[in-house]
Design a protein around this ligand. Structure first.
Ligand SMILES: Cc1cc2nc3c(=O)[nH]c(=O)nc-3n(C[C@H](O)[C@H](O)[C@H](O)COP(=O)(O)OP(=O)(O)OC[C@H]3O[C@@H](n4cnc5c(N)ncnc54)[C@H](O)[C@@H]3O)c2cc1C
Length: 385
């Protein structure tokens, strides 16, 4: 029996409100990686959220990850993203783990001693993250990887990096992409400048150069040439629900900031609260409806993904696209509802708006996701065109 949703949500809530809440503003101000929150999640046993129970993990899937990121996202979206990317990387390792990969990565992850993350995006192919140009050469001992990755969440803090590569061998078939897990202490790993973003400032999203990094054959995930399988069976589903949860939590937080303000702010000239103004009641209702319908789509999509339902892919794609749109709109509108005090430097809503905006550009991006959704419905290959 895996830990119930209630248990993991409870753990995430305690860490969110007991730890993340104390550090979120400072992590944002100083673009600092949310060390305390990530370590508290590991200490509470959540590091192994998506590790199968046979390796000591909690055995959760998409629905569990959605709920945990939702609780974290309510308090600190950067920390939710960092934890979410750890879980996406974990799901990639777990998908076809060899016995040695289970011992080297999954058990330590479940014990809260190992953090992993995903390093797929590259400057050359941008949001088309499934088209790596980092090259994989075979050697007597294993492999050598050479290339550049960008926007690596948890960059420089994780213990391993799940990377995608293309075969350097000119005889390899076109698109012969593979996935590897690269230990952080491998020789030839070089990090770029510390991350300084407009939003998601705590996620340490750094550039990574892989300069002839030697990787053992044991660190290949699945078989050579299987990257696209990983993209659709591990990367996309887990990433999409991690993002959906993060931004649902963020949107709910924005709404609660606005509702508290409307209830608490009253005018001296009338003595009435803002909450009594009918147009503001109407706007609050519209935002709540957008939040709830998006939430239901996300919950249903995660369930469809866990069940392997035929419409899981368009469900998950549209869930992340819709949640990005909803989060940006809801925070933006909540800023209007709260008025001048929301616009002040350092207000929670300004951080939420900056963080929300990243949802559209984290790939698969909103535009790409609607296209993928349409292609799935029209029986057109997802990566065509
Ligand atoms: C905060 C943050 C954290 C991130 N974390 C990670 C991480 O942990 N791991 C990782 O691998 N990557 C990560 N990324 C990278 C991210 O997933 C994208 O790869 C990156 O943002 C793409 O940026 P770009 O400017 O190169 O986009 P471009 O590819 O230049 O795209 C620019 C715009 O054009 C649109 N566009 C491009 N092609 C199409 C098309 N065919 N149809 C419709 N629209 C299209 C895109 O949707 C986008 O809106 C992160 C990014 C951010 C901002």
């Amino acid at each position: 029996m895996n830990a119930s949703f209630e248990n993991v949500v409870d753990v995430a809530s305690k860490v969110a409100h007991g730890v993340a809440s104390k550090h979120a503003a400072a992590c944002d101000e100083h673009a600092a990686w949310p060390e305390e929150t990530l370590r508290a999640l590991q200490a509470a046993g959540a590091g192994g959220l998506v590790v199968p129970e046979r390796y000591g993990g909690l055995g959760h899937g998409l629905s569990g990850l959605l709920r945990v990121c939702d609780r974290l996202g309510e308090v600190d979206a950067s920390a939710a993203l960092c934890f979410g990317m750890h879980c996406v990387g974990t799901a990639c390792v777990a998908a076809k783990a060899s016995p040695s990969q289970a011992e080297e990565f999954l058990r330590p992850i479940a014990e809260g001693k190992h953090l992993t993350t995903l390093a797929l995006s590259e400057p050359g192919s941008g949001s088309h993250f499934y088209l790596p140009q980092a090259r994989l050469e075979k050697t007597e001992e294993g492999y050598v990887v050479t290339g550049s990755k960008c926007f690596v969440t948890n960059g420089g803090h994780a213990d391993s990096y799940v990377v995608s590569v293309v075969a350097a061998d000119p005889d390899a078939p076109p698109g012969h992409f593979s996935m590897l897990v690269v230990p952080a202490d491998s020789a030839g790993i070089r990090w770029g400048q510390p991350w300084s973003g407009w939003g998601m400032r705590g996620n340490a999203s750094r550039s990574l150069d892989l300069d002839s990094v030697g990787v053992s054959r044991e660190h290949l995930l699945g078989d050579e040439g299987e990257q696209i399988w990983y993209v659709f069976n591990a990367v996309a589903p887990y990433f999409l629900v991690a993002m959906a949860g993060t931004y649902l939590g963020l949107a709910r937080r924005a709404m609660s900031e606005a509702v508290e303000h409307l209830k608490g702010r009253s005018y001296t000239h009338t003595g009435g609260a803002l909450a009594e103004v009918e147009v503001l009641q109407h706007r609050t209702g519209e935002l709540w409806a957008q939040y709830q319908r998006t939430r239901q789509l996300c919950l249903w999509a995660a369930e469809a993904g866990d069940a392997g339902a035929p419409d899981a892919l368009p469900a998950l794609c549209s869930a992340k696209a819709e949640v990005a749109t909803a989060a940006v709109n809801i925070v933006n509108e909540c800023m209007t509802l709260v008025g001048g005090s929301a616009y002040r430097d350092g207000s929670v809503l300004t951080r939420l708006l900056r963080d929300a905006r990243a949802a559209h550009v984290m790939s698969p991006t909103t535009d790409i996701l609607y296209t993928w959704t349409g292609r799935a419905l029209l029986d057109i290959p997802i990566l065509s065109g």
